[in-house]
Design a protein around this ligand. Sequence first.
Ligand code: ATP
Ligand code: MG
Length: 173
Amino acid sequence: MLVAVTGTPGTGKTTACDVLSRRGYVVLDLDEVARQGGFVVGRDEARGSDEVDVDALRESLRVPAKIAFLRSHYAHEMGVDMAVVLRCSPAVLRARLEARGWPPEKVRENVEAEAIDVITQQAVERLPLVYEVDTTRGTPEETADAILGILRGKTQGHEPGSVDWSDEVLSWY
Ligand SMILES: Nc1ncnc2c1ncn2[C@@H]1O[C@H](COP(=O)(O)OP(=O)(O)OP(=O)(O)O)[C@@H](O)[C@H]1O
Ligand SMILES: [Mg+2]
């Protein structure tokens, strides 16, 4: 069972996956796997991030574990059984990304992507099993609990579309 933990930057993938790995689960940081496997094909200086050959990474990825969590904003593009998309209200996400000292354009680009559900839509197009977990409130432990609950069948309230920022977006106008 391979589970993608995906979502817009700042939604809490690293933080929640750190909780999962502290609890003994196998977590792969795909950026790290890509670096070690030679799948970094360039550097996006404007974004300050590596460009990964996602298709080549998917073809080569072998995970020798019964259950593993794959962490990255492109984890839903791997050959996974399920994706959990972490979500965060645009206003709170803005604050999280600004606190990183990110430039305004980069903050804006990511807040907008979150506002219009980009990653959930990409995941739903590719995968039959997609769930959402809202990290706007609550603790990282609760986010990890929600992810593990979904694996055990507690999917109610986590269906794609359960998170909807349209009221917040409309308040911008
Ligand atoms: N319920 C929650 N679950 C997860 N993170 C939370 C939660 N509440 C607040 N946070 C905070 O939100 C931030 C999320 O940052 P984090 O680095 O985990 O995001 P990310 O999705 O891994 O981003 P990136 O794609 O850039 O790696 C952290 O500062 C974390 O403490
Ligand atoms: Mg991260």
